[in-house]
Design a binder for this molecule. Structure first.
Ligand code: CTP
Ligand code: MG
Length: 253
């Protein structure tokens, strides 16, 4: 049983690693304005670590991911107050964050290839928000296994469970929206380097909040890989307590 699992893993590892590399990129240049704390939210304490530690740790434990690129704001003074040596050379820090998330991702991608020669055109990039600390090893594996042979790439997402209302400016319901086929996008979002750079360049003047939107703007259809609500994004103060509970109950790391 154990042997066959190892065999299955090595076959997968060999198959994927022969074709392409998997790199993670974490945009972490935001200020966390909705959190309302002076400290950018990626550094807020969560289960005995700054929040961003948890996303890095999960990505670091996946053996297919060869490099984790963290994109910080150019004026970030907080990162270096912590000891990250545990993650060693697999972790790359770039101080080239932009004004928007999309700009931070694009700057990080361009720097990683043009200045550091870390990545090839066909490598897979897994873009993951620093603000999603509860990503599990299984969700990450499902994403990679679900997309590694895909033409376009895709993202973790969950089918919408609540009834959806379209409201007006006075908070009066105008319509109930059918929720069939509606999904909530999460991260990581996984696309090949050259396609992602092309998409983000193309969407440079459009207000997008995730990478898949830029790919969609090229007329492509990213794949939705089912995830679950535990991979929440920490946006408001009350999200922190929930994230802490999820992290304390996880048993995969
Ligand atoms: N991000 C980034 N560069 C920006 C804005 C956001 O790298 N200019 C990153 C954030 O650090 C976060 C991710 O994108 O890891 C998702 O963004 P979000 O949750 O919106 O974080 P913030 O933009 O920091 O929060 P807010 O929108 O409340 O200000
Ligand atoms: Mg934001």
């Amino acid at each position: 049983m154990c042997f066959s699992l190892i065999e299955q893993f090595s076959t997968q590892f060999f198959k994927y690693s022969m074709m392409t590399k998997f790199l993670a990129l974490i945009p972490a240049a935001g200020s966390g304005s909705r959190m309302g704390n002076e400290l950018p939210k990626q550094y807020l304490p969560l289960d005995n670590h700054p929040m961003i530690y948890h996303a890095i740790n999960t990505l670091w434990h996946n053996p297919l991911i060869t490099q984790i690129i963290v994109v910080l704001a150019p004026d970030d003074t907080v990162w270096f107050k912590y000891d990250w040596s545990h993650f060693s050379k697999k972790l790359i820090i770039l101080n080239c964050g932009g004004v928007t998330r999309a700009e931070s991702v694009l700057n990080g991608l361009l720097t990683a290839k043009q200045q550091l020669n870390l990545v090839n055109s066909h490598d897979w990039i897994l873009v993951h928000d620093a603000a999603r600390p509860c990503l599990s090893m299984l969700q990450l594996e499902n994403l990679i296994n679900g997309l590694a042979e895909d033409e376009v790439g895709g993202l973790l997402a969950i089918p919408v469970a609540d009834t959806l209302k379209l409201g007006n400016a006075k908070h009066r319901i105008m319509q109930t929206q059918p929720r069939e086929n509606l999904w909530q996008a999460q991260t990581p979002q996984m696309f090949r380097y050259d396609l992602l750079v092309k998409a983000l360049n193309n969407a440079a003047n459009v207000n997008i909040t995730d990478d898949a939107s830029a790919i969609e703007a090229l007329g492509l259809h990213p794949k939705l890989v089912p995830s679950d609500a535990r991979n929440l994004k920490v946006t408001y103060p009350h999200d922190l307590a929930l994230a802490e509970l999820i992290l304390q109950q996880r048993s995969d790391l």
